[in-house]
Write a protein that binds this ligand. Structure first.
Ligand code: GLY
Length: 433
Protein backbone atom coordinates (compact mmCIF):
# COMPACT_ATOMS: atom_id res chain seq x y z
CA UNK A 1 0.00 0.00 0.00
CA UNK A 2 1.39 3.39 -1.05
CA UNK A 3 -0.12 6.35 0.75
CA UNK A 4 0.34 10.05 0.00
CA UNK A 5 -0.08 12.72 2.67
CA UNK A 6 -0.75 16.24 1.42
CA UNK A 7 0.30 18.90 3.92
CA UNK A 8 3.25 19.47 6.22
CA UNK A 9 1.96 20.72 9.59
CA UNK A 10 1.39 19.22 13.02
CA UNK A 11 -1.93 17.75 11.90
CA UNK A 12 -0.25 15.98 8.99
CA UNK A 13 2.51 14.69 11.31
CA UNK A 14 -0.06 12.96 13.53
CA UNK A 15 -1.88 11.63 10.43
CA UNK A 16 1.45 10.22 9.19
CA UNK A 17 2.09 8.63 12.60
CA UNK A 18 -1.41 7.06 12.52
CA UNK A 19 -0.73 5.61 9.05
CA UNK A 20 2.72 4.39 10.08
CA UNK A 21 1.22 2.44 12.99
CA UNK A 22 -0.86 0.30 10.60
CA UNK A 23 -0.21 -3.42 10.54
CA UNK A 24 -0.39 -3.17 6.72
CA UNK A 25 3.06 -1.58 6.82
CA UNK A 26 2.26 1.10 4.20
CA UNK A 27 4.87 3.12 2.34
CA UNK A 28 4.29 6.81 3.06
CA UNK A 29 4.92 9.71 0.66
CA UNK A 30 4.23 13.40 1.24
CA UNK A 31 3.80 16.66 -0.58
CA UNK A 32 4.52 19.60 1.71
CA UNK A 33 5.33 23.25 1.12
CA UNK A 34 8.21 23.05 3.63
CA UNK A 35 10.00 20.01 4.97
CA UNK A 36 8.49 18.90 8.27
CA UNK A 37 11.25 16.82 9.89
CA UNK A 38 8.71 14.71 11.78
CA UNK A 39 6.89 13.72 8.59
CA UNK A 40 10.06 13.36 6.54
CA UNK A 41 11.45 10.56 8.74
CA UNK A 42 8.23 8.57 8.30
CA UNK A 43 8.32 8.85 4.50
CA UNK A 44 9.97 6.83 1.76
CA UNK A 45 10.20 10.04 -0.18
CA UNK A 46 8.59 13.52 -0.32
CA UNK A 47 8.08 16.46 -2.67
CA UNK A 48 8.58 20.03 -1.46
CA UNK A 49 5.89 21.90 -3.38
CA UNK A 50 2.86 24.12 -2.80
CA UNK A 51 0.07 21.74 -1.75
CA UNK A 52 -2.37 23.71 -3.93
CA UNK A 53 -0.38 23.09 -7.12
CA UNK A 54 -2.77 20.44 -8.40
CA UNK A 55 -0.76 19.55 -11.51
CA UNK A 56 2.49 18.99 -9.58
CA UNK A 57 0.78 16.99 -6.82
CA UNK A 58 -0.93 14.73 -9.36
CA UNK A 59 2.32 14.28 -11.31
CA UNK A 60 4.12 13.25 -8.11
CA UNK A 61 1.28 10.93 -6.99
CA UNK A 62 1.29 9.17 -10.38
CA UNK A 63 5.07 8.87 -10.42
CA UNK A 64 4.98 7.09 -7.04
CA UNK A 65 2.00 4.83 -7.94
CA UNK A 66 0.00 6.11 -4.98
CA UNK A 67 -3.02 4.01 -3.99
CA UNK A 68 -4.69 6.41 -1.58
CA UNK A 69 -4.15 10.03 -0.48
CA UNK A 70 -4.98 11.88 2.73
CA UNK A 71 -5.47 15.63 2.34
CA UNK A 72 -4.63 17.44 5.60
CA UNK A 73 -5.32 21.18 5.08
CA UNK A 74 -8.26 23.03 3.52
CA UNK A 75 -6.44 25.02 0.80
CA UNK A 76 -5.73 22.01 -1.50
CA UNK A 77 -9.35 20.85 -1.05
CA UNK A 78 -10.52 24.30 -2.19
CA UNK A 79 -8.11 24.03 -5.15
CA UNK A 80 -9.82 20.78 -6.24
CA UNK A 81 -7.03 18.36 -5.32
CA UNK A 82 -9.47 15.56 -4.43
CA UNK A 83 -11.32 15.83 -7.75
CA UNK A 84 -8.02 15.62 -9.63
CA UNK A 85 -6.75 12.67 -7.57
CA UNK A 86 -9.97 10.68 -8.10
CA UNK A 87 -9.76 11.49 -11.83
CA UNK A 88 -6.22 10.08 -11.80
CA UNK A 89 -7.57 6.85 -10.28
CA UNK A 90 -6.32 7.60 -6.74
CA UNK A 91 -8.73 7.30 -3.81
CA UNK A 92 -8.79 10.26 -1.43
CA UNK A 93 -9.62 11.05 2.18
CA UNK A 94 -10.85 14.62 1.72
CA UNK A 95 -14.02 15.74 -0.05
CA UNK A 96 -14.28 16.93 -3.64
CA UNK A 97 -14.55 20.68 -4.20
CA UNK A 98 -18.36 20.64 -4.55
CA UNK A 99 -18.58 19.36 -0.96
CA UNK A 100 -15.49 21.09 0.50
CA UNK A 101 -17.35 24.34 -0.24
CA UNK A 102 -18.86 23.81 3.20
CA UNK A 103 -15.55 25.11 4.56
CA UNK A 104 -14.35 27.59 1.99
CA UNK A 105 -17.57 29.55 1.40
CA UNK A 106 -19.18 30.64 4.67
CA UNK A 107 -22.03 32.44 2.87
CA UNK A 108 -22.86 29.33 0.82
CA UNK A 109 -22.89 27.23 3.99
CA UNK A 110 -25.29 29.46 5.89
CA UNK A 111 -27.69 29.55 2.91
CA UNK A 112 -27.37 25.77 2.57
CA UNK A 113 -28.18 25.26 6.27
CA UNK A 114 -31.23 27.48 5.90
CA UNK A 115 -32.42 25.80 2.69
CA UNK A 116 -32.32 22.32 4.28
CA UNK A 117 -33.59 23.41 7.71
CA UNK A 118 -30.40 22.19 9.43
CA UNK A 119 -30.62 22.98 13.12
CA UNK A 120 -28.14 25.16 14.95
CA UNK A 121 -27.96 27.96 12.37
CA UNK A 122 -27.80 31.41 13.99
CA UNK A 123 -29.69 34.45 12.66
CA UNK A 124 -27.57 35.74 9.77
CA UNK A 125 -27.58 37.72 6.53
CA UNK A 126 -25.08 38.02 3.69
CA UNK A 127 -24.06 41.41 2.37
CA UNK A 128 -22.21 42.90 -0.56
CA UNK A 129 -23.02 46.54 0.28
CA UNK A 130 -22.08 48.66 3.26
CA UNK A 131 -25.40 50.45 4.00
CA UNK A 132 -27.60 47.38 4.53
CA UNK A 133 -24.74 45.57 6.35
CA UNK A 134 -24.35 48.42 8.84
CA UNK A 135 -28.14 48.56 9.37
CA UNK A 136 -28.20 44.81 10.15
CA UNK A 137 -25.33 45.21 12.63
CA UNK A 138 -27.35 47.94 14.39
CA UNK A 139 -30.44 45.73 14.40
CA UNK A 140 -28.69 42.67 15.91
CA UNK A 141 -26.60 44.78 18.30
CA UNK A 142 -24.15 41.97 19.08
CA UNK A 143 -22.59 40.27 16.06
CA UNK A 144 -19.95 38.04 14.53
CA UNK A 145 -18.48 39.25 11.21
CA UNK A 146 -17.16 36.66 8.75
CA UNK A 147 -15.56 37.04 5.35
CA UNK A 148 -17.09 34.44 3.00
CA UNK A 149 -13.80 32.93 1.85
CA UNK A 150 -10.89 31.08 3.47
CA UNK A 151 -8.70 33.16 5.77
CA UNK A 152 -6.65 30.52 7.59
CA UNK A 153 -8.88 30.87 10.66
CA UNK A 154 -8.03 34.54 11.12
CA UNK A 155 -10.93 36.32 9.40
CA UNK A 156 -13.83 35.87 11.81
CA UNK A 157 -14.19 38.66 14.37
CA UNK A 158 -16.69 38.76 17.17
CA UNK A 159 -18.04 41.66 19.26
CA UNK A 160 -16.95 41.52 22.89
CA UNK A 161 -13.82 39.75 21.65
CA UNK A 162 -11.80 41.22 18.77
CA UNK A 163 -14.44 43.91 18.04
CA UNK A 164 -14.95 46.22 21.03
CA UNK A 165 -18.23 47.77 19.85
CA UNK A 166 -20.74 48.30 17.02
CA UNK A 167 -18.55 50.94 15.36
CA UNK A 168 -15.63 48.49 15.24
CA UNK A 169 -17.94 45.83 13.73
CA UNK A 170 -19.03 48.29 11.03
CA UNK A 171 -15.47 49.35 10.24
CA UNK A 172 -14.32 45.74 9.94
CA UNK A 173 -17.32 44.90 7.74
CA UNK A 174 -16.57 47.83 5.41
CA UNK A 175 -12.97 46.68 5.12
CA UNK A 176 -14.01 43.12 4.25
CA UNK A 177 -16.61 44.30 1.72
CA UNK A 178 -13.80 45.73 -0.40
CA UNK A 179 -12.69 42.12 -1.04
CA UNK A 180 -15.99 40.22 -1.26
CA UNK A 181 -19.23 39.29 0.47
CA UNK A 182 -19.56 39.25 4.25
CA UNK A 183 -21.70 37.16 6.58
CA UNK A 184 -23.08 39.03 9.60
CA UNK A 185 -24.64 36.88 12.27
CA UNK A 186 -25.82 37.01 15.87
CA UNK A 187 -23.03 36.49 18.39
CA UNK A 188 -23.34 33.08 20.03
CA UNK A 189 -22.67 32.95 23.76
CA UNK A 190 -21.49 29.74 25.39
CA UNK A 191 -18.64 27.23 25.38
CA UNK A 192 -16.98 26.15 22.14
CA UNK A 193 -16.44 22.53 21.25
CA UNK A 194 -15.36 20.63 18.15
CA UNK A 195 -16.91 17.43 16.87
CA UNK A 196 -15.04 15.56 14.13
CA UNK A 197 -16.35 12.62 12.12
CA UNK A 198 -15.17 10.21 9.46
CA UNK A 199 -17.61 10.24 6.55
CA UNK A 200 -17.82 7.62 3.78
CA UNK A 201 -20.53 9.32 1.73
CA UNK A 202 -23.36 7.95 3.90
CA UNK A 203 -22.22 6.85 7.37
CA UNK A 204 -20.54 9.00 9.98
CA UNK A 205 -18.23 7.73 12.72
CA UNK A 206 -17.82 10.32 15.45
CA UNK A 207 -14.72 10.98 17.50
CA UNK A 208 -14.90 12.29 21.09
CA UNK A 209 -15.68 16.01 21.44
CA UNK A 210 -12.65 18.32 21.78
CA UNK A 211 -12.22 21.81 23.18
CA UNK A 212 -9.57 24.00 21.53
CA UNK A 213 -8.13 27.22 23.02
CA UNK A 214 -7.73 30.00 20.47
CA UNK A 215 -6.29 32.78 22.62
CA UNK A 216 -2.51 33.02 22.90
CA UNK A 217 -2.22 33.61 26.65
CA UNK A 218 -3.36 31.97 29.85
CA UNK A 219 -6.81 32.89 31.11
CA UNK A 220 -8.06 33.09 27.48
CA UNK A 221 -6.35 36.44 26.98
CA UNK A 222 -4.38 37.93 24.12
CA UNK A 223 -4.64 37.62 20.36
CA UNK A 224 -6.34 34.76 18.55
CA UNK A 225 -4.17 31.95 17.19
CA UNK A 226 -4.68 28.79 15.14
CA UNK A 227 -5.17 27.02 18.50
CA UNK A 228 -2.80 26.80 21.49
CA UNK A 229 -3.99 23.43 22.70
CA UNK A 230 -6.98 21.20 23.24
CA UNK A 231 -8.31 18.37 25.38
CA UNK A 232 -10.72 15.45 25.35
CA UNK A 233 -12.17 13.50 28.24
CA UNK A 234 -12.13 9.72 28.59
CA UNK A 235 -15.85 9.97 27.73
CA UNK A 236 -17.21 11.08 24.37
CA UNK A 237 -18.43 14.33 25.93
CA UNK A 238 -16.54 17.16 27.62
CA UNK A 239 -17.05 17.93 31.32
CA UNK A 240 -19.28 20.96 30.63
CA UNK A 241 -21.56 19.06 28.21
CA UNK A 242 -24.63 16.87 28.64
CA UNK A 243 -25.02 13.74 26.53
CA UNK A 244 -28.04 15.34 24.85
CA UNK A 245 -25.77 18.19 23.64
CA UNK A 246 -23.54 15.67 21.90
CA UNK A 247 -26.56 13.86 20.42
CA UNK A 248 -27.85 17.13 18.99
CA UNK A 249 -24.45 18.01 17.48
CA UNK A 250 -24.21 14.53 15.92
CA UNK A 251 -27.71 14.90 14.49
CA UNK A 252 -26.76 18.26 12.95
CA UNK A 253 -23.70 16.72 11.29
CA UNK A 254 -25.65 13.71 9.98
CA UNK A 255 -28.33 16.02 8.51
CA UNK A 256 -25.55 18.10 6.95
CA UNK A 257 -23.97 15.13 5.15
CA UNK A 258 -27.38 13.96 3.88
CA UNK A 259 -28.31 17.44 2.68
CA UNK A 260 -24.89 17.93 1.06
CA UNK A 261 -25.56 14.89 -1.08
CA UNK A 262 -29.03 16.18 -2.01
CA UNK A 263 -27.57 19.56 -2.92
CA UNK A 264 -24.44 18.45 -4.80
CA UNK A 265 -25.15 14.82 -5.82
CA UNK A 266 -21.58 14.18 -4.66
CA UNK A 267 -20.71 11.86 -1.79
CA UNK A 268 -18.72 13.49 1.02
CA UNK A 269 -15.69 11.33 1.75
CA UNK A 270 -13.25 12.46 4.39
CA UNK A 271 -13.38 14.27 7.69
CA UNK A 272 -16.22 16.60 8.64
CA UNK A 273 -15.33 19.05 11.41
CA UNK A 274 -18.17 20.79 13.20
CA UNK A 275 -17.31 23.77 15.32
CA UNK A 276 -20.10 24.41 17.79
CA UNK A 277 -20.91 26.81 20.57
CA UNK A 278 -22.90 25.21 23.33
CA UNK A 279 -25.43 27.92 24.20
CA UNK A 280 -28.19 27.96 26.82
CA UNK A 281 -30.47 26.58 24.08
CA UNK A 282 -28.12 23.82 22.88
CA UNK A 283 -25.34 23.55 20.30
CA UNK A 284 -25.18 26.12 17.48
CA UNK A 285 -22.93 25.80 14.45
CA UNK A 286 -20.06 28.30 14.24
CA UNK A 287 -18.71 26.68 11.07
CA UNK A 288 -17.96 23.43 9.33
CA UNK A 289 -14.53 22.43 8.10
CA UNK A 290 -13.74 19.73 5.55
CA UNK A 291 -10.67 18.34 7.38
CA UNK A 292 -9.29 17.47 10.81
CA UNK A 293 -8.65 20.39 13.16
CA UNK A 294 -5.17 21.39 14.18
CA UNK A 295 -4.62 20.77 17.13
CA UNK A 296 -7.83 18.69 17.45
CA UNK A 297 -6.39 15.86 15.28
CA UNK A 298 -3.68 15.40 17.93
CA UNK A 299 -6.29 14.51 20.56
CA UNK A 300 -8.01 11.94 18.39
CA UNK A 301 -5.55 10.02 16.22
CA UNK A 302 -3.33 8.75 19.10
CA UNK A 303 -6.34 7.08 20.82
CA UNK A 304 -7.69 5.30 17.72
CA UNK A 305 -7.27 1.53 18.23
CA UNK A 306 -8.67 0.33 14.91
CA UNK A 307 -6.08 0.01 12.15
CA UNK A 308 -5.74 3.47 10.55
CA UNK A 309 -5.28 2.16 7.00
CA UNK A 310 -8.39 -0.01 7.36
CA UNK A 311 -10.31 3.09 8.44
CA UNK A 312 -9.03 4.97 5.37
CA UNK A 313 -10.06 2.12 3.08
CA UNK A 314 -13.53 1.98 4.65
CA UNK A 315 -13.98 5.73 4.04
CA UNK A 316 -13.15 5.53 0.34
CA UNK A 317 -15.05 2.25 -0.25
CA UNK A 318 -18.15 3.47 1.57
CA UNK A 319 -17.99 0.62 4.10
CA UNK A 320 -17.53 2.52 7.38
CA UNK A 321 -20.89 1.18 8.55
CA UNK A 322 -19.33 -2.31 8.69
CA UNK A 323 -16.09 -1.34 10.48
CA UNK A 324 -16.17 -1.01 14.26
CA UNK A 325 -13.92 2.01 14.87
CA UNK A 326 -12.58 1.72 18.42
CA UNK A 327 -10.79 4.24 20.66
CA UNK A 328 -8.99 3.70 23.92
CA UNK A 329 -11.04 5.30 26.70
CA UNK A 330 -8.38 7.82 27.54
CA UNK A 331 -8.40 11.55 28.13
CA UNK A 332 -5.93 13.62 26.12
CA UNK A 333 -4.32 17.04 26.52
CA UNK A 334 -2.43 18.68 23.66
CA UNK A 335 -0.43 21.87 24.13
CA UNK A 336 1.50 23.76 21.48
CA UNK A 337 4.91 25.25 22.23
CA UNK A 338 5.10 28.43 20.13
CA UNK A 339 7.91 30.93 19.47
CA UNK A 340 8.29 33.91 21.80
CA UNK A 341 6.20 36.79 20.43
CA UNK A 342 3.73 34.48 18.63
CA UNK A 343 1.38 35.26 16.93
CA UNK A 344 2.05 38.98 16.28
CA UNK A 345 5.83 39.17 16.41
CA UNK A 346 7.20 35.63 16.55
CA UNK A 347 10.87 34.84 16.88
CA UNK A 348 12.08 32.92 13.84
CA UNK A 349 15.14 30.71 13.38
CA UNK A 350 15.40 29.98 17.08
CA UNK A 351 16.63 26.52 18.11
CA UNK A 352 14.20 24.07 19.74
CA UNK A 353 15.65 21.18 21.76
CA UNK A 354 13.19 18.34 22.33
CA UNK A 355 14.45 15.76 24.85
CA UNK A 356 13.20 13.71 27.82
CA UNK A 357 9.53 13.75 26.97
CA UNK A 358 8.59 10.83 29.21
CA UNK A 359 5.27 9.28 28.10
CA UNK A 360 4.27 12.34 26.04
CA UNK A 361 3.86 12.25 22.26
CA UNK A 362 5.48 14.91 20.10
CA UNK A 363 4.36 16.27 16.74
CA UNK A 364 6.32 18.85 14.77
CA UNK A 365 4.44 21.72 13.14
CA UNK A 366 6.18 24.84 11.79
CA UNK A 367 9.83 23.98 12.32
CA UNK A 368 12.75 23.22 10.05
CA UNK A 369 15.89 21.14 10.40
CA UNK A 370 19.41 22.36 9.67
CA UNK A 371 22.61 20.56 10.55
CA UNK A 372 20.69 18.05 12.68
CA UNK A 373 19.07 20.81 14.76
CA UNK A 374 15.44 22.00 14.82
CA UNK A 375 14.51 25.70 14.43
CA UNK A 376 11.29 27.74 14.61
CA UNK A 377 9.78 29.31 11.48
CA UNK A 378 7.48 31.73 13.33
CA UNK A 379 4.26 29.76 13.67
CA UNK A 380 3.21 27.05 16.15
CA UNK A 381 6.31 24.89 16.60
CA UNK A 382 5.79 21.63 18.48
CA UNK A 383 2.63 19.94 19.78
CA UNK A 384 2.94 17.78 22.88
CA UNK A 385 0.21 15.32 23.79
CA UNK A 386 -0.48 13.49 27.04
CA UNK A 387 -2.90 10.54 27.09
CA UNK A 388 -4.11 9.07 30.41
CA UNK A 389 -7.12 7.84 32.39
CA UNK A 390 -8.13 11.40 33.38
CA UNK A 391 -7.71 14.89 31.93
CA UNK A 392 -5.70 15.83 35.01
CA UNK A 393 -3.19 12.99 34.49
CA UNK A 394 -2.96 13.70 30.74
CA UNK A 395 -2.32 17.38 31.49
CA UNK A 396 0.54 16.51 33.84
CA UNK A 397 2.19 14.30 31.20
CA UNK A 398 1.99 17.13 28.63
CA UNK A 399 3.10 19.77 31.11
CA UNK A 400 6.15 17.80 32.33
CA UNK A 401 7.26 17.21 28.77
CA UNK A 402 6.83 20.88 27.81
CA UNK A 403 8.99 21.93 30.73
CA UNK A 404 11.77 19.81 29.23
CA UNK A 405 11.61 21.48 25.81
CA UNK A 406 14.32 24.09 25.52
CA UNK A 407 14.21 27.17 23.32
CA UNK A 408 12.76 30.66 23.23
CA UNK A 409 9.20 29.34 23.33
CA UNK A 410 6.08 29.61 25.44
CA UNK A 411 2.95 27.52 25.94
CA UNK A 412 -0.28 27.78 27.90
CA UNK A 413 0.13 26.09 31.26
CA UNK A 414 -3.59 26.37 32.00
CA UNK A 415 -4.95 24.19 29.16
CA UNK A 416 -6.39 20.97 30.60
CA UNK A 417 -5.99 22.05 34.24
CA UNK A 418 -8.77 21.40 36.74
CA UNK A 419 -9.13 25.14 37.37
CA UNK A 420 -9.76 26.01 33.71
CA UNK A 421 -12.15 23.10 33.21
CA UNK A 422 -14.11 24.13 36.32
CA UNK A 423 -14.40 27.62 34.80
CA UNK A 424 -16.02 26.05 31.69
CA UNK A 425 -18.40 23.99 33.82
CA UNK A 426 -19.39 27.04 35.89
CA UNK A 427 -19.92 29.10 32.74
CA UNK A 428 -22.33 26.53 31.29
CA UNK A 429 -24.15 26.16 34.64
CA UNK A 430 -24.63 29.91 34.77
CA UNK A 431 -25.93 30.03 31.19
CA UNK A 432 -28.35 27.16 31.73
CA UNK A 433 -29.73 28.51 35.04
N1 GLY B 1 -8.28 24.42 15.58
C1 GLY B 1 -9.09 25.06 14.65
C2 GLY B 1 -9.05 24.54 13.27
O1 GLY B 1 -8.32 23.63 12.96
O2 GLY B 1 -9.78 25.05 12.43
Amino acid sequence: MRILIIGGGGREHVIAAGIKSSKHNPSIYAVMAKKNPGIAVLCEDFLLEKETDVEKVIGYAKSRNIDIAFVGPEAPLAAGISDALWEAGISVIGPKKTCAIIEFDKAWTRNFMKKYGIEGCPTYKIFTEEGPAHAFIEKLGDVAVKPSGLTGGKGVKVMGDQLPDIEAAKTYTSMLLEKGSVVIEERLIGEEFTLQALVDGKSLVFFPAVQDHKRAYEGDLGPNTGGMGSYTDAEEILPFMLSEDLDKAKQIMKSTVKALYEETKTEYMGILYGQFILTSSGPKVVEFNARFGDPEAMNIIPIIETDFVEIMLAVVKGTLGKLPVKFSRKATVCKYAVPAGYPDNPEKDSEVIVEDLGEALVYYASVYEKGGKIYTTGSRAVAIVGCAETIDAAEKIAQNALENIRGNLFFRKDIGTAALIQKRIDHMKELRS
